[in-house]
Ligand binder design. Sequence first.
Ligand code: ZN
Length: 210
Amino acid sequence: MKKGCTFSLHEAWRAFIPHSPIVPWSKVVWFPRRIPKHCFYLWLTFRDGHKTLDKLHSWGVVQYVCCAFRCGQKESIDHLFFACPFIATIWNHFLAKCGFRRSCGGWSGESDWCIQRLQGNSFRSWITKLTLAAVIYHCWMERNNHFFQNSFGNSDSLIQAVALDIEGKCWGLSRVADNPMNSEIFSNWNFPLSLLSVGTSMPAGFLWNL
Ligand SMILES: [Zn+2]
């Protein structure tokens, strides 16, 4: 700070904290009206921070590497999200609800797709990011339940858990533009079409009034 200038906490913070480059997935993970605990696990996934069995095995911590979802394949981040047939069923189900007609692959390709397609502030982009984070959170929790509590739910119960979180977050939704894509997504999620606003464009970070 220059002598005689007004002290600014912001400038002081910037002086002490080294600048880091903005990662290409930042807007996929950190977006308005997110569910924080879900986005933490999405952040971990982009950072390859999960302690998956392939890592634990390479460190000599465990002897087995088989996926908890009984597909017979080795557990890795690429496999879990979403090359695993069990989890792919869940993500493909929600991709369709968000208006995407595609089949998912492993995380190496899926993360690139998310970075390319989910950067914007449209309602479709927002609900897809919200759902992506919810699927990753609930599938990781289910994986942990299997290993640590020996409990195992089916895909229907996981889909229901994800849907409940998304529907809860969308309660009171308004100011969503009435266009064909948003109408399709509202129908897929059984949201009331009356909540769509004719001629309304969504300002960034302001998706609905509560
Ligand atoms: Zn699997």
